[in-house]
Design a protein around this ligand. Structure first.
Ligand SMILES: Cc1ncc(COP(=O)(O)O)c(C=O)c1O
Length: 367
């Protein structure tokens, strides 16, 4: 274990809030030659460096492990990251002014995008095991919702994974109230044992989003939207001929195609998992005795706290130069009852020693 004599300057260089782009040496070995290879490709005269159909086929094979069956390629749309997927999909499912149910804590991008799209976000209460189905049922019954958006596995920020029982309750509620469900499974491919998904439970009202940006290479903006069937994908794109804000950029599509075509994607996921396992051990060492939640396959730690504890820890961190993310970044603006806590990212730096030092500063801020 490191000494806890850390200057704020040391810690500031490596924070616990953001993501680095190349996590392991293995990532560098795989990705750098691909980028170098671009120099020998006539990028600008060949606009079809990666074709959507080919990427959909490769995505289908890649998602088969996670979904336990390969989704049909004509129902898959490759997109330039999960945010692009949401920007395209959500207005298709929920009209402006409509209501979308989201977990009381969820990644800030979802809140911001849904508000930008003119939707009313309603919070589903959560406990230690994720969203509470009874609370979702009450929302659907008392306030009515037009769609449900969930982040079911290795949840950002609380790290929990929904059990099969909770998933089947959600499926039942969605069918009962006739709502579509968007399952944002951006971390799911990191799990050793693929958790259950809603796909087989409500195939006709289930929109699944997965991607390479966490489980294969941080920041690789190639994701997939899996529609309930081919016809529903066609209607999603209806009237959008020639509109193309959502596809992966040429560069990301090119890299995605090459890592998915061979064994490289799996190799990189294994490297990510191994690195995360080491970092979780390191965090367990530095934070021994601290009550926090984590899944060793995921990139985050979550420290539940009261509102007062959270505020106190942030006041101390402020002077110490360590960046972490508080519950205000994950809750709905008007939800006074949201759970409080602090999220730490284990993937903010390539340098494990810097991570330990930042964690040590964090630990001393706990008092
Ligand atoms: C649950 C979830 N969905 C979506 C995103 C954004 O994904 P992308 O970078 O692929 O747009 C994040 C980012 O952390 C996330 O945690």
């Amino acid at each position: 274990m490191q000494s806890d004599k850390v200057t704020p300057e040391d810690a500031t260089r490596h924070n616990l809030g953001r993501l680095t782009s190349v996590l392991t040496e293995q990532h560098g070995r795989v990705l750098f030659p691909l980028v170098a290879g671009l120099e020998s490709v006539d990028v600008f005269s060949d606009m079809r460096l990666s074709s959507p159909r080919r990427l959909a086929e490769l995505g289908s094979a890649w998602m088969a492990r996670r979904l336990r069956t390969a989704p049909m390629p004509p129902s898959i749309l490759p997109v330039g990251g999960t945010q692009a997927a949401l920007l395209l999909l959500i207005p298709h499912l929920v009209a402006r002014g409509g209501r979308i149910a989201v977990e009381a804590l969820t990644h800030s991008v979802a809140h911001k995008l849904f508000a930008h799209l003119g939707l009313c976000n309603v919070a589903i209460s959560m406990d230690d095991r994720g969203l509470v189905p009874a609370a979702l049922h009450n929302l659907c019954k008392s306030r009515g919702v037009d769609a449900i958006y969930i982040n079911p596995s290795l949840h950002n920020p609380t790290t929990s994974t929904l059990s099969v029982e909770r998933l089947s309750d959600i499926a039942e509620i969605a069918a009962k109230f006739d709502v579509q469900v968007i399952e944002d499974d951006v971390m799911g491919a990191l799990a050793d044992e693929p958790p259950a998904t809603l796909r087989s439970m409500i195939p006709d009202r289930h929109w699944y989003i997965s991607g390479l940006g966490k489980a294969v290479a941080l920041g690789l903006r190639c994701s997939f939207v899996v529609a309930p069937d081919e016809g529903r994908l066609i209607s999603l794109l209806d009237g959008l001929d020639g509109v193309n804000f959502y596809s992966p950029t040429m560069f990301h599509g090119y890299v995605a195609e090459r890592v998915l075509a061979g064994q490289l994607a799996d190799l990189l996921t294994r490297a990510t998992r191994e690195e995360l396992a080491i970092r979780h051990e390191l965090a367990a060492d530095v934070l021994s005795g601290v009550d926090y939640r984590a899944d060793r396959c995921g990139p985050h730690l979550w420290l539940p706290a009261s509102a007062e504890q959270e505020a106190r820890i942030f006041r101390r961190l402020d002077g110490a130069g360590v960046h972490a993310t508080g519950s205000a970044s994950f809750c709905l603006r008007d939800d006074a009852d949201h759970p409080h806590g602090i999220r730490l990212s284990l993937t903010s730096t390539q340098d494990r020693e810097a991570l330990s030092r930042a964690l040590l500063v964090f630990r001393s801020a706990l008092g």
